[in-house]
Every structure is written in structure tokens, then in C-alpha cells.
Ligand binder design. Structure first.
Ligand SMILES: Cc1cc2nc3c(=O)[nH]c(=O)nc-3n(C[C@H](O)[C@H](O)[C@H](O)COP(=O)(O)OP(=O)(O)OC[C@H]3O[C@@H](n4cnc5c(N)ncnc54)[C@H](O)[C@@H]3O)c2cc1C
Length: 433
């Protein structure tokens, strides 16, 4: 039986393990954290029925690869779609922006030619599939030309700056923005019980299938043997031989894991840019959003100290959480930003003024608890012609493969695409064996 090591027990690693094991490989997953689920994993406080993710997560109706996998696991009935409200800011107020009538009513774009151009550009992006033409220009160039400068400045620029920071906002290609507009739905899905339940059940099914999952086991090195097999080095041991190794970590981590990778491939990995994410998840005694909104897109230039305010319990009923309100305040930030270094308490101090701007009645004694979650690798940055810059999933070292959020393109990173890419890669590995 051929042995294969999978580094990482996120949704990519688990999907690969399932497919490869079904095809007859002996699969061993190495995961540095204590639980499966990767960046979408979550936690459950005492008294809660459901878990919440460390970083806010939801699915879209077109997420067929992920929904197909969940159906295969026999868990289709536990996927629930709801339509919570997303809002945009304009002159001190928030307005729903998640349906066509709501977008028409949104005052931020005026009511004349700006709105018509915005609408026509949006319509074109919902219909076209020609992302290859769109990746040749920046989102700023395309939107300014077709939706108009007014719409770009009012609508898209704050979002691009929020997501990619001032350094990259005007360098991201238009295919990235197209993918978001093309593939997303207003109806949002989640897993009944919380996504951690999905990962725990998936891991259990994999174990029953014969996959070995080694949690709390960080891989430090991957080394090639003279006979073209591999050794995997952890803090405790050097294990193997493995006929194949698939790495599902960040590009930076991949660079450190395998020094034998040729120079050109290493240069491709090193050239990929990304932002990290910092999220504060706060448990409250009272609802924060006076109107029951789920997702606030916040403009930083109006003094909000974070990009998104997500009131999770306006998506999942708060009865599942012992009647607590759960909010996230989140931001995408470059490595080295001060928020990465702050404790939950220190970060809370910085964010509380933002909570008050959303609800002036907010009071510190509403807070039950606050937890901070941070990830260095959270949002890849796709520049113009990104498709030419993506490192192949099959590395130049025969038998070593690499799959990450940075290769998911033209789509924005997401669990659905992680499953699709993992399905494709497992097929390639099976065919090459
Ligand atoms: C803030 C935020 C919000 C998001 N929101 C959504 C959303 O709403 N909907 C959606 O579909 N997607 C969302 N995503 C994206 C989604 O989480 C990812 O696309 C998906 O989880 C990626 O899965 P993965 O398995 O490829 O990678 P990961 O989940 O990152 O898994 C990689 C695993 O490798 C492990 N690892 C790393 N290095 C080592 C090592 N040396 N040894 C052993 N193990 C190692 C890590 O611990 C991790 O478990 C969001 C992401 C972020 C950051």
C-alpha cells in the first residue's frame, strides 16, 4: 500500500485524505493544532449548544463542491441557509445592501447616472464568465471606467482598502472582484451545531475509514530520500518513508518546510503576497445592533477601528448560545500590525469606541468575555495576471504537492474552493500513481 502524508487537517487536508484513502493510499495527516478544521475551526463556551468559528464563516448557495462533500458525509440535513441582513454605511447611517431593491434604495450612490452605471456594471459582472480578460486590469481601473469614478470611490474603494490595506488596494486585479460578485448569494449557509461539529464528524469518519490523524504534531521538515520517498520530521521523530507528501499550509510555511525545493519554485512561493487577520469575538448580555443586522461593512475613514462588525446571533438564533449575543470585530492586516501583539483586553479597549458608534447605548458591563484570534495567513493578494504567478500544485520535487488559499483563483479563498481544488489535486495524484 502506498503511503501518503498530508500536512494540515483543514478542509483541504481532510478532503484530500478522504479521496486518497478511498483510492487505496495509506494516509497519515499531521496537524499542529489540537483539533481539526484549520482556519475555520471553532470553540464552544459553557452552556452553548453550538460552536462558533474563531473567524466568522458562512457559505453561499453556489458552494456546490462543499455542499456535495457534506452530502457524501451523510450530513446534508444539517446545512441551514438563512438570509441575514448586510448593511453599508452612508453619512452616519447604515443601509441594507443585499438585494437589488435595497441597492436601488441605497442613498450612497445618488439616484441618477451613477446608480445606473453601477447597476449596469454589476449586471455585466453577474453574467460574464470571462475572468481572463478581467485579470489583466486592476479593479480600480475597470470599475472607474465602467461603473464610474463616483461609484468606485463611494462603494468599492473603501471595501478594497479595508480588505487589502492602502498598500495593495489599487493593485488587486478585477477578476478577484468579479469572482465575489459572480459567485455569492444573499442567502448564507452554515452547519447546524457549528462548523467545528462538521470537522469533528469528518475527522471521525476519516479515522473509521483508516486514515491516521496526528493532532498536536507540527511538521518541521520534509526531506527526500535517495529512493525518491520522503521523511517527515516532527519535534519527536523522523517518520516515513512516504511515497507522496501533500502540504496544505501557507506558502511561507512551505518555504520553511522543504529546503530542497528548487530556486525557481521557491521564488514563486516567496512572491505571493497576503494579509493576516485579527478578530475579536465578544460575548455580550445584550444585542449590539439596534436593527438586528448581521454584517456591517465599516469605512475606516469614518473612525471605525475595524473593517467588519459581525453580529453572529443575528444569523444563528441566540437561543443556541444560552441567549448570549455574539459579535466579531474583524480586520485584515499586514504582518507586524500592532493588533497582532495586543491581548484580548488591550484590543477590546481599542474597539469599544467602534461598538459605541454602532449602538450609543452599548455599555462595558454588557461584556461577558472577549477572545482574540489571529492568523498571519488569511487573505491572498491577487495582482494583475495572477494566473501566471501561481505555483503549480505539483512541485518540481517528484511526489511532493502543495495546495493553499493562494492557488485558489480566480475565486476568492473559501471552503468551497478548498474542496474543489483538493478534489482536483487528489485526482491528479491518483492518476499519476
Ligand atoms: C477571517 C476569515 C474569514 C473567512 N470566511 C470564510 C467564509 O465565510 N466562508 C468560507 O467558505 N471561507 C472563509 N474563509 C476561508 C476558509 O477558512 C479557507 O478557505 C479554508 O478554511 C482553507 O482551508 P485549508 O485546509 O486550505 O487551510 P487551513 O484551514 O489553513 O489548514 C491548514 C492546516 O495546516 C496546519 N499546519 C500549518 N503548518 C503546519 C505544520 N508545520 N505542521 C502541521 N500542521 C500545520 C494548520 O494548523 C491548519 O490546520 C475565511 C478565512 C478567514 C481567514
Amino acid at each position: 500500500m502506498r503511503r501518503i502524508a498530508v500536512i494540515g487537517c483543514g478542509i483541504s487536508g481532510m478532503t484530500l485524505a478522504k479521496r486518497l484513502n478511498e483510492a487505496g493510499f495509506a494516509v497519515e495527516i499531521f496537524e499542529k493544532e489540537s483539533m481539526p478544521g484549520g482556519i475555520a475551526r471553532g470553540f464552544k463556551a459553557q452552556g452553548w449548544e453550538d460552536s462558533v468559528e474563531f473567524f466568522y464563516h458562512h457559505w453561499f448557495q453556489k458552494d456546490n463542491d462543499l455542499l456535495g462533500l457534506i452530502a457524501e458525509l451523510g450530513l446534508k440535513d444539517r446545512v441551514k441557509f438563512r438570509t441575514p441582513k448586510t448593511v453599508m454605511y452612508h453619512k452616519g447611517k447604515f443601509y441594507p445592501f443585499d438585494t437589488i431593491p435595497a441597492a436601488i434604495a441605497y442613498p450612497g450612490l445618488g439616484f441618477g447616472i451613477h446608480k445606473i452605471r453601477f447597476g449596469l456594471a454589476g449586471l455585466y459582472l453577474r453574467i460574464t464568465k470571462d475572468w481572463r480578460t478581467l485579470e489583466k486590469v486592476t479593479a480600480k481601473e475597470w470599475m472607474t471606467k465602467y461603473a464610474g469614478e463616483f461609484a468606485y470611490k463611494t462603494m468599492w474603494e473603501p471595501m478594497m482598502i479595508g480588505k487589502f490595506g492602502a498598500e495593495y488596494a489599487d493593485k488587486v486585479n478585477m477578476a478577484w472582484l468579479w469572482a465575489r460578485i459572480y459567485s455569492r448569494s444573499t442567502s448564507l449557509g452554515t452547519f447546524d451545531g457549528g462548523m467545528q461539529d462538521l470537522f469533528d464528524i469528518f475527522a471521525e469518519q476519516l479515522r473509521k475509514q483508516g486514515v491516521s490523524i496526528r493532532l498536536n504534531t507540527e511538521v518541521h521538515n520534509i526531506r527526500k530520500n535517495p529512493d525518491d520517498t520522503f521523511r517527515v520530521v516532527t519535534a519527536e521523530e523522523e517518520t516515513g518513508p512516504f511515497d507522496r507528501v501533500v502540504v496544505t499550509t501557507s506558502p511561507q510555511s512551505m518555504l520553511g518546510l522543504c529546503e530542497e525545493l528548487p530556486k525557481d519554485y521557491r521564488a514563486q512561493l516567496a512572491a505571493l503576497k497576503h494579509l493576516g487577520a485579527v478578530v475579536l469575538c465578544v460575548r455580550l448580555k445584550n444585542p449590539l445592533s439596534p436593527q438586528g443586522y448581521y454584517w456591517y461593512n465599516l469605512p475606516k475613514n469614518e473612525g471605525y477601528p475595524f473593517l467588519a462588525l459581525v453580529e453572529h446571533t443575528n444569523f444563528i438564533p441566540k437561543e443556541r448560545y444560552n441567549n448570549e449575543t455574539i459579535i466579531y470585530a474583524g480586520d485584515y492586516l499586514p504582518q507586524g500590525h500592532e493588533y497582532f501583539k495586543l491581548s484580548a483586553e488591550e484590543l477590546l479597549e481599542k474597539l469599544v469606541p467602534g461598538f459605541r458608534k454602532i449602538n450609543p447605548e452599548f455599555s462595558r458591563d454588557w461584556i461577558i468575555d472577549a477572545s482574540k484570534f489571529a492568523a498571519d495567513y488569511a487573505q491572498p493578494v491577487p495582482f494583475v495576471n495572477h494566473s501566471r504567478a501561481i505555483p503549480d500544485m505539483k512541485t518540481p520535487l517528484e511526489g511532493l504537492y502543495f495546495i493553499s488559499m493562494s492557488q485558489i483563483y480566480p475565486w476568492d479563498r473559501g471552503m468551497n474552493f478548498a474542496v474543489r481544488w483538493a478534489n482536483d489535486l487528489s485526482q491528479k495524484i491518483i492518476q499519476a500513481s
